[in-house]
Design a protein. Structure first.
Length: 107
């Protein structure tokens, strides 16, 4: 599995969110795969941008990129390598902190 991050401008965030939630019960969908959609400032990215992070197999990314093309969201693109690394690290740190918090409650 690999992780990838895609970014879009704030003005296109609603379109991206609609695309990600579309056909949630289909055999292959963004909802089934799972994703994190975060505002840029919260994950070390650029203010005014939104970042969608996915962890998936290469086949999913081929499917996803076709869906992104079909949706024609003007500002949607794969994030630069440095940004992608920062966003992935921030999301993983957030997930680890949540797991530790649950461990403290139920541990």
């Amino acid at each position: 599995m690999e992780s990838r991050v895609y970014e879009c401008d704030g003005k296109d965030q609603g379109k991206l969110k609609s695309l990600l939630e579309k056909d949630a019960y289909a055999g292959v969908s963004f909802a089934r795969q799972g994703y994190k959609l975060k505002e840029g400032r919260g994950v070390g990215g650029e203010a005014g941008k939104y970042y969608a992070c996915f962890k998936a197999e290469p086949d999913f990314f081929r499917w996803a990129e076709e869906k992104f093309k079909e949706a024609a969201i003007p500002s949607l693109k794969r994030a630069a390598k440095e940004t992608e690394a920062k966003v992935i690290a921030a999301i993983e740190a957030e997930d680890n902190a949540a797991e530790q918090g649950m461990g403290a409650i139920f541990g």
